[in-house]
Design a protein around this ligand. Sequence first.
Ligand code: WT7
Length: 656
Amino acid sequence: MSTHETVETFAPDPDFAAQANARAEDYERASADRLAFWDEQARRLDWSTEWSEVLDWSDAPVAKWYVGGTLNTAYNCVDRHVEAGNGDRVALHWVGEPTDDARDITYAQLKDEVSRTANYLSSLGLVAGDRVAIYMPLLPETYIAMLACARLGLTHSVVFAGFSAQALRSRVDDAEAKVVITADGQFRRGKPAPLKDGVDEALGDSLDSVSGPAESVQKVLVVRRTGIDVDWQSDRDVWWDEVIPEQSADHTPEAFDSEHPLFVLYTSGTTGKPKGIIHTTGGYLTQASYTHHVVFDHKPGEDVYWCTADVGWVTGHTYGVYGPLSNGATCMVYEGTPNSPDEHRHFQIIEKYGVSIYYAAPTLIRTFMKWGRQIPAGHDLSSIRLLGSVGEPINPEAWRWYRDHVGGSAVPVVDTWWQTETGAIMISPLPGVTAAKPGSAMRPLPGIDVSIVDGDAREVAAEDQGYLVITEPWPAMLRGIWGDMERYRDTYWSRFAEEGYYFAGDGAKWDADGDLWVLGRVDDVMNISGHRISTSEVESALVGHDAVAEAAVVGAADDTTGQAIVAYVILRESADDSEERHRALIDELRAAVSRDISPIAKPRDITVVPELPKTRSGKIMRRLLKDMAEGREGGDTSTLSDPTIIDQIKSKGVKG
Ligand code: WT7
């Protein structure tokens, strides 16, 4: 199968390379002695007790990193920067969704607020190891709450505030959270929306409760954000502003074992209930901190760093909170949506605050493309010196658009592959060191070992697709699934049990230069008449057409070919919205895919749709598209950002 375009390679810029945090020899050093390399990286943090052994893998697949070492995460993310004389540095440039709403918080202020909150939480009788659920919009208090938990060794479980009461309840129950921290409401698209109501519903004390009272929860701490009316249970609910400010700002952090659980974060699996992914302290923080330092080439005191992910996702945990703060970063935190009040918002923020490092998801980049290049062009974005992408394979077209129109065409773009389970970035170019190719995640980071194998664990040849596996344990790896170690072994370690490989669930290939391309989830790899074609490859070809803004492709069962390719596309805005034009475009698109990839990759069906079914985190729900393509009714649409999408596609879609 031919690749659909000539791949450009961008060599590292020599000026950038001269100043870069990463060095070419890091790769060799790490491969010569992986554990010595990770020993060295752990020393970037402040430990109270040194470890006796870097890794204990004797109980595989449960790892112990930095055995016997002790440290405090909040001390590493906050106090040590104040002690080093950087208390006046801004830790958080927080911007609310309403345009007149912003607060800067220095490291010294953050230390005081985290200490006050820690003092309050311990006054409730909470002790290390207890769980706290955090169900909040992106507020300074969200950061403070997470860090206060970390300071006390309380294991936090952040639940994305866009999730339903039902989802919150199942997570509260699963982890038996003793406290829920929330807000009265949140601003969404210019309007206050209730949040505390959802907590009441989840915890079982309102009329529309999801089930009886949640037994584990003793307190609900509520941040006053919008001023909207809330129901109140005076024995359980407390206003943040009535209890936190009166606490002492002195708090001595205690050091915890390297393997103390820092957080649980729920993520959906292929089946059944969400998995509570467990991350611990020393290994997680080591890799979060190291990767943030080298992949984003972060320079404390100089850069303004913006990770656009919500803290409800792992990206928000590792690159919104723990990675950057451990490195003393000045972080941009924006509460709202990118088009509130209009499509200029992100670019206005970049311009106003001089954001220099910007990390976003391909779906957002493609949304920017749909809005048009004139939006970023209206702003001075010259402060940007590095761009990152995460969450799904980025199509070369979006990669180039991002670099040209947000990065001013000369900046490094890092396509970072990782997962909730890996805790931190695993595969990415190193800016200044590794060349970049639009669409390729390039190389595993120093200290990370991966392979691409077939079903029998044999390494595949260049250009052949295979399963992405991680062949050696890594510091930020998940330590298990909350309450279900069986499922942990089963999901990740049973597929290649003999070899002891971690099964990532993604397909990938090496190209002829030895660079790595992530091709999407293996369940998204289609088999057409015995030919393996990745959904993302076809999507890339479709999006490569000028008229297309976004595309999603699924493999649907087909009597003749095994699977057939079914595509759904959103067009860029155009004056001519007629059915005739859509039909003509469908023919053009089929020809373009056939030309760009191969006639085998030609979609059987292409439907022009007004919108794609997406989760609230912006992931396209291919499962629902597959159901539709295979004529099945009534898939679970409860996690869609807009549950009416499927009906809209059925009624308004133009299929050819
Ligand atoms: C899955 C993990 C890790 C933060 C956000 C998602 C896909 C992630 C990339 C990338 C291609 C990517 C994979 C992975 N993915 N980053 N740079 N290129 N695919 O975390 O929700 O745990 O999802 O996202 O399929 O397995 P997640």
